[in-house]
Design a protein around this ligand. Structure first.
Ligand code: OMP
Length: 213
């Protein structure tokens, strides 16, 4: 695990974004940990979050035209990432997000920001079973755009519909690379080095046995 990944885990834990307990996921699975990116909820948090995403994007070195942040949690992520790409990496990247409800007055449509055209870099919070990412893909494809890649904060490394991980399925189905700031493997490594996290580690490992890849 790299230093910035450990830093990211500690940042997430300090904000209660990363919590341990018992959580019901969108997929119906009961998880001993949860990542709630909505709790990065101050200006400084968002600036810091954007720095992590921007650095990961620059590292991934994927060619793309537009950043797309799907509603709702992808919106501040895409915005903060675009700001930090400009501030720290001298890259002025167009960004775009969607509304959940289509607007039938004013400017109409359900996209805001740059047109969703060309090669799209999708930024979001978490992939578990891959449902949210597939919904975003429907929007990208409906606009005739192509997926260049996906960047998320946490890859939970869980099975998707079959035996592959949700991310492997997305990579296979859309021919694009998915990058994460941290994966479940990083989290397990981090927990295993802490003296007071043995119980959480055991619970996470048991969950991983059941749903992990
Ligand atoms: P999938 O659609 O199953 O890939 O789940 C991803 C979505 O689940 C995320 O966009 C979140 O809305 C939510 N989620 C989290 O935010 N954090 C987690 O740790 C787990 C989930 C989840 O429900 O699986």
């Amino acid at each position: 695990m790299k230093a910035y990944q450990r830093e990211f885990i500690e940042f997430a834990m300090s904000k209660d974004v990363l919590k341990f307990g018992e959580f019901t996921l969108k997929s119906g699975r009961t998880s001993p940990y949860f990542f709630n990116a909505g709790l990065f909820n101050s200006g400084r948090d968002l600036a810091r979050l954007g720095r992590f995403y921007a650095a990961a994007l620059v590292d991934a070195n994927t060619q793309y035209d537009v950043l797309f942040g799907p509603a709702y949690k992808g919106i501040p992520i895409a915005s903060a990432t675009a700001v930090q790409l400009a501030e720290l990496h001298d890259q002025d990247v167009p960004y775009c997000f969607n509304r959940k409800e289509a607007k039938d007055h004013g400017e109409g449509g359900n996209l805001v920001g740059s047109p969703l055209q060309g090669r799209i870099m999708l930024v979001d919070d978490v992939i578990t079973a891959g449902t949210a990412i597939r919904e975003s893909m429907d929007i990208i494809q409906a606009n005739g755009a192509d997926l260049a890649g996906v960047l998320i904060a946490l890859d939970r490394q869980e099975k998707g519909k079959g035996e592959l991980s949700a991310i492997q399925e997305v990579e296979r189905d859309y021919n694009a690379e998915v990058t994460a700031i941290i994966t479940l493997a990083d989290l397990v490594e981090y927990l295993s080095k802490q003296t007071d996290m043995a119980e959480h580690l055991a619970n996470v490992q048991a969950y991983r046995e059941q749903y992990g890849i």
